[in-house]
Design a protein. Structure first.
Length: 242
């Protein structure tokens, strides 16, 4: 708890809003009031530390309702997850609430996304990675489809420059590319998923920051050059990196 408090304080000093997520889907009984209260209590702990953006992640879990009590109350897992998500949103009215659905990639036209969007409060954000889990490009056309179907603009969960799972032998040093300059008009934001190597991620994350700061003026190669100049002081190291 103290380490998280320190992280929040450091974030505030650098004008960064620290957020935290909970992934309760593996064992929660959606209709159990005790389970809901435990989840609320966990978020209350975050709230007391000053966190005002709460994430509820339903990704990578069983597609079926497993508890008989849930099957007797909810017609679908989407309805059950929306019930919990809405309860969290109602409890923390001054917080931003973001949910990751079980299908978080594609054209934004899945039945799961449409049904979940119908049940969710309009103030809850939905995460989305684009057409693929690690999308080569993100554009406003797909974002518009997502908004029409889910009834809200997406928060992009951009899996760049991540290198986990099948990508674990790769290092992604390059700049972020192929993100539409007008994407900010059709989305609630973009979250970059860094590599397992903290320092190596700094090059790509520098360019992500530049894209988000001024997407209409962003030039990938120019931003990458600026990243090298910012991170390295030694001219030999700059040349080696290039």
């Amino acid at each position: 708890k103290e380490e998280l408090r320190e992280l929040v304080e450091i974030g505030n000093a650098f004008q960064i809003n620290v957020s935290q997520s909970v992934s309760p889907g593996a064992d929660i009984c959606y209709s159990n009031k005790s389970d809901l209260q435990k989840l609320i209590f966990r978020f209350e702990q975050m709230y007391e530390l000053g966190i005002r953006h709460l994430f509820l992640l339903w990704d990578d879990i069983d597609w079926n309702l497993t508890w008989e009590a849930d099957k007797n109350i909810f017609n679908s897992i989407e309805e059950a997850q929306a019930y919990i998500s809405n309860a969290i949103a109602d409890r923390f009215l001054d917080c931003e609430i973001t949910v990751c659905p079980m299908i978080y990639w594609g054209r934004g036209e899945s039945n799961h996304l449409i049904e979940l969007g119908n049940f969710l409060s309009s103030r809850i954000n939905l995460m989305w990675t684009g057409r693929q889990i690690r999308s080569e490009y993100l554009d406003s056309i797909d974002a518009s489809i997502f908004e029409k179907q889910s009834k809200r603009k997406p928060i992009y969960w951009d899996n760049f420059p991540v290198n986990n799972l099948a990508l674990r032998n790769e290092l992604h040093f390059g700049p972020i590319e192929n993100r539409a300059p007008d994407l900010f008009q059709y989305s609630k934001g973009l979250l970059a998923n860094p590599m397992l190597q903290f320092n190596a991620s700094m090059f790509a994350l520098f360019t992500v920051g530049e894209y988000l700061y001024s997407p209409e003026n962003y030039v990938p190669n120019h931003s990458w050059e600026k990243a090298i100049d910012f991170i390295f002081e030694n001219q030999v190291e700059k040349a080696a990196m290039r």
